[in-house]
Design a protein around this ligand. Structure first.
Ligand SMILES: Cc1ncc(COP(=O)(O)O)c(C=O)c1O
Length: 390
């Protein structure tokens, strides 16, 4: 007898990133440029705060929304960095990574059949979460608009079933962030429609040109915007699972119930580490950014030299060259690059169909690794025929 399962869960597919990463074990000499986490350790003082918390038996549950001291630090961080006012008592929830913040928001707002518009190529986690929650992901193609959402296209994609638009800038997988004009043009469309805005700004601290503009800074939409953030990227804390959700009280009070019945609260030692990260270690992302910028310049320069068409990224730690002119699918390109060229990168198709024709390279690796990888890609490309289109 086979028991039936939730068809939505059965229909989920393993992330293309993981599929690729799993292949790596068969190629132990390959250089791995697939991973989306900083290659720096968690800052010493932050680690110590976590260890001290464990030593002092701070290992219990906390308030469902998280320690009030941490929520106050989060409020102070967003106030200082972006001029944003959130009430730590009612408008901030500490979650198990940004992932849980996204899931809790989607579970709270999606009714069966609701549409969530997502500029794509996008982070591989979005579509599964929307679908698992009974929604429909409507992809807004940005592959032919310089990897930036076109406001007219956004307007055209909004229907009476649209419940939310989910933005992620700086973006995984493209590394592209939005400037003020681009953000404002989108806000102009959003303010005319009664829909939620979910802003996954987990890479906001990793911007190396211009300044990060948060969607939450626009008063026209702030009262229906959820800001998703966390320390995974800014403080190299992916394994600590520290996420933040900020939004208006009339919605967060319901999200808190979803969060509470799912996870009770975020890990307490991690919350103590997060207090230290935000109280005394706000400078840490700047140090990482100096390294990312150098690597970005190097990798971008090399890719251009090799003949790739590529948008210069301004944030996160990914670069997303087009591989269209090589006349292969992104999966075939990445597979051959791994097997013949000895470099692992993620096929763009892992980031929805609008990522087809691209390759995601993570440059969260030390310079010598990147130098060797670029040399290998250049050598391998000499064996690959370019079949320019048009
Ligand atoms: C765009 C984006 N959102 C969310 C996440 C998940 O973050 P966390 O590890 O804090 O759950 C990631 C992780 O790679 C990401 O790239």
């Amino acid at each position: 007898m086979t028991l039936t399962l939730n068809p939505r869960a059965e229909a989920l597919v393993i992330s293309g990133i993981r599929q690729f990463f799993n292949q790596l074990v068969d190629y132990p000499d390959a250089i791995n440029l697939t991973i989306g986490q900083p290659d720096f350790p968690t800052p010493e003082a932050v680690k110590r705060a976590g260890m001290d918390a464990i030593a002092a038996n701070k290992t219990s549950y906390s308030h469902n929304a998280g320690l009030i001291e941490l929520r106050q630090e989060v409020a102070s961080f967003f106030s200082d960095s972006y001029g944003l006012a959130y009430d730590p008592q009612t408008e901030i929830i500490i979650t198990n990574g940004a992932s849980e913040a996204l899931d809790s928001v989607l579970r709270t707002i999606i009714e069966k059949g609701d549409e969530v518009i997502i500029p794509a190529p996008c982070y591989a986690g979005y579509v599964p979460l929307v679908e698992l929650n009974g929604g429909k992901a409507v992809l807004l193609d940005i592959s032919d608009t310089g990897l930036v959402p076109d406001p007219k296209r956004l307007e055209a994609a909004i229907t009476d079933k649209t419940k939310a638009v989910l933005f992620n800038f700086p973006s995984n997988p493209t590394g592209v962030s939005l400037n003020k004009e681009e953000t404002e043009a989108l806000v102009k469309v959003l303010k005319e429609h009664e829909i939620f805005v979910i802003a996954d700004e987990i890479y906001s601290e990793n911007v190396f040109e211009g300044e990060h503009i948060s969607f939450a800074c626009y008063s026209e939409i702030k009262d229906r915007t959820f800001l998703v953030h966390g320390l995974s990227k800014s403080h190299s804390m992916t394994g600590w699972r520290m996420g933040f959700l900020l939004g208006p009280e009339r919605y967060t009070k319901h999200i808190l119930k979803v969060h509470m019945y799912n996870t009770v609260c975020a890990s307490l030692p991690s919350q103590h580490a997060a207090i230290e990260a935000l109280r005394n270690n706000r400078f840490v992302p700047d140090e990482m950014n100096a390294a990312y910028k150098m690597r970005r310049d190097y990798v971008y320069g090399k890719l251009v030299e090799m003949g790739f068409d590529v948008v210069k990224p301004t944030g996160a730690f990914y670069i997303f060259p087009s591989i269209e002119k090589f006349g292969m699918s992104s999966f075939d390109f990445a597979t051959r690059l791994l097997k013949e060229g000895g470099v692992a990168a993620v096929p763009g198709s892992a980031f929805t169909e609008h990522g087809e024709g691209f390759l995601r390279i993570s440059y969260a690796y030390a310079m010598p690794t990147l130098e060797l990888a670029m040399e290998r890609i250049a050598n391998w490309l000499k064996t690959v025929q370019v079949t320019e289109r048009g």
